[in-house]
Ligand binder design. Sequence first.
Ligand code: HEC
Length: 159
Amino acid sequence: MKYLIVFFITLSVLFSCTKKVAKDPTLAYSDLALLDSINNAGSNYYKNNPNILAPAGGSPHGNFKLRFNKIGLNALTNSGKLPVGGTMPDGSLIVKDVYDGNANITLHAFMYKKSGSWLWGEIKPNKEVLYSVTKNPSTCTGCHSQPGNIDLVVSFNLH
Ligand code: HEC
């Protein structure tokens, strides 16, 4: 009987914890949730160019294609670029699909605008997290602050 009570208490604690976690709004911005958003962002390629591009400006990422989600795409009002001095709106997702020599995607480097600032991350298509959005993004922002950036996006200047 004692064990049965302990069992039910454990069960109810576990259940209420699960419920709390499921309601946590920050979960919507976890690496895996953002991978879903990356997969659902569609094929809105930068400058409508579906070709693989070569890196520039000291980029560490390798050959890539650049995509935006709909919210991000709608902000590109200066001939397909963000106007100088402009900022991308909340909910913007910028995905850099990095390709290997066999035209396979090796990783997605991405920026997601939340409450006025970017979340930065890198994740593989197989869900392996290379750079979590919960990590300090100074590695990314240090280089993305280079001259010519617009709202820390550097492709508008380099490509
Ligand atoms: C040493 C410089 C450097 C570092 C560090 C760096 N990037 Fe970049 N990144 C670039 C450059 C340059 C581009 C422009 C595209 C290109 O030529 O590769 C770029 C492009 C991007 C883009 C497409 C949007 C844009 O700004 O053009 C994303 C998304 C991105 N990087 C994510 C990241 C993330 C996430 C990190 C950190 C984990 C990171 N980058 C670290 C240099 C850097």
